[in-house]
Design a protein around this ligand. Structure first.
Ligand SMILES: Nc1nc2c(ncn2[C@@H]2O[C@H](COP(=O)(O)OP(=O)(O)OP(=O)(O)O)[C@@H](O)[C@H]2O)c(=O)[nH]1
Ligand SMILES: [Mg+2]
Length: 215
């Protein structure tokens, strides 16, 4: 079995298969969400199928990962279907275009949408300002982007889907965020169960002593 492969279906993976990560692309219309995948076949990614969903096999920090990416279309409206994939998604890419300040303002709507459905601030998110190659048409500064990412507490990249700048880094960062938050959740669970163990030990100890003195 490859390192990182799961013995049984973690993250929806078949036994022995790499963990599958369900990722969702969000962002206003025309910012370049779909464009991010057009050149995948020439990159380190291997593209398995193209619809509005993409399957990509990748290695991140020496662990294999199958990315199952849902490329959504434009608006931050609340629909039953959107509700479903917002729940099922494990990580979210919120994308705006650096040439379109309206798309930057809509980022907050998408962030709120994620919160409204999932009721937690712990959802892994990466903020992306796309079309960085169109410097002459820039309407959103890099500082504005990174300030918003700081506010969200998430990684931030300026990308160019056209030139494939930093596209791979976005997916790497998102999977790392998911892995980090999973590790934190496991540690929090372990911490919670520790005090109970020690109470149980304290309760047991008088009996233990008696037993020891009898024998
Ligand atoms: N110059 C440049 N053009 C880009 C880039 N990314 C996308 N485009 C162009 O922007 C237009 C919209 O890109 P799409 O990928 O269709 O945008 P989208 O976010 O998927 O749009 P919807 O599916 O309508 O929500 C297309 O004409 C792309 O060729 C980029 O990084 N640089
Ligand atoms: Mg699209």
């Amino acid at each position: 079995m490859e390192p990182g492969a799961r013995p049984s279906g973690g993250g929806g993976a078949a036994p022995g298969q790499p963990r599958e990560y369900k990722l969702v692309m969000l962002g206003a219309g025309g910012v370049g969400k779909s464009g991010a995948f057009l050149l995948h076949s020439t990159s380190s990614f291997s593209l398995l199928s193209i619809e509005d969903a993409y399957k990509i096999r990748i290695r991140i920090d020496d662990e294999p990962a199958n990315l199952d990416i849902l490329d959504t279309a434009g608006q931050a409206e609340f629909t039953a279907m959107r509700d479903q994939y917002m729940r099922a998604g494990e990580g979210f890419i919120i994308c705006y275009s650096i040439t379109d300040c309206r798309s930057f303002h809509e980022v907050r709507d998408f962030k709120q949408l994620i919160y409204r459905v999932r009721r937690t601030d712990e959802t892994p998110v990466v903020l992306v300002g796309n079309k960085s190659d169109l410097t002459q048409l820039r309407q959103v500064s890099k500082e504005e982007g990174s300030a918003l990412a700081r506010e969200f507490g998430c990684p931030f990249f300026e990308t160019s889907a056209a030139f494939r700048y930093y596209i791979d880094d976005v997916f790497h960062a998102l999977v790392r965020e998911i892995r980090r938050k999973e590790r934190e959740a496991v540690m929090a669970l372990e911490k919670k169960s520790k005090p109970r163990n020690s109470v149980w030990k304290r309760l047991k100890s008088p009996f233990q002593k008696k037993k020891e003195s009898v024998t």
